[in-house]
Design a protein around this ligand. Structure first.
Ligand code: PNS
Length: 159
């Protein structure tokens, strides 16, 4: 079974993330969306909220599993017999950062491969932090987040 792990902060999930999950689910038998539990960086949404938003946004995609993890990604992968990391690439800035992470993970782990999918152009400007900023300032986030979770995200940010 060809499994890929798609790790990230997902604070919150965006249309760009969902596109990579959808496309990944067609290329792999299973995509495990892995939400990082980062004790050093609080974030806006709790881990449970992030997982719940991803679950709602990916409803109907049968071969997607959502988990949360702490510690090293490669440790989780080795424990769970996963050797492929799936990542999205929006631009050259992502590339620089992702290249470093891919190489570090390769050194830390055993036979780890990182596979990149190029974001669709319409998603290449979307980030979780942009979603939070636009929403906080009263902007329309319908083009930025999955429609299934737009109102929940708005409620959390706007109150
Ligand atoms: O959405 P993000 O914040 O770009 O995701 C970063 C993430 C979660 C993929 C990365 O920080 C990660 O894998 N963290 C786990 C700790 C780890 O394994 N670090 C060493 C490799 S960079």
């Amino acid at each position: 079974m060809k499994k890929a792990i798609y790790p990230g902060s997902f604070d919150p999930i965006t249309k760009g993330h969902l596109d990579i999950i959808r496309r990944g689910s067609k290329s792999f038998d299973k995509v495990i969306v892995a939400v990082l539990i980062n004790s050093e960086k609080q974030g806006l949404f709790s881990i449970e909220e992030r997982v719940s938003l991803i679950r709602k946004a990916t409803f109907g995609i049968d071969n997607v599993e959502i988990i949360s993890f702490d510690g090293l990604l490669v440790d989780y992968m080795e424990k769970n017999h996963i050797s492929i990391i799936l990542k999205g690439l929006r631009n050259s800035k992502d590339f620089e950062y992702e290249l470093q992470m891919a190489n570090v993970n390769k050194i830390l782990g055993n036979e780890i491969e990182t596979i990149f999918m190029i974001s669709n152009p319409e998603n290449s400007y979307i980030s979780s932090s942009m979603v939070k900023e636009v929403c906080k300032l009263g902007g329309n986030i319908s083009g930025l987040v999955p429609s299934e979770v737009e109102s929940i995200i708005k409620k959390k940010i706007m109150g």
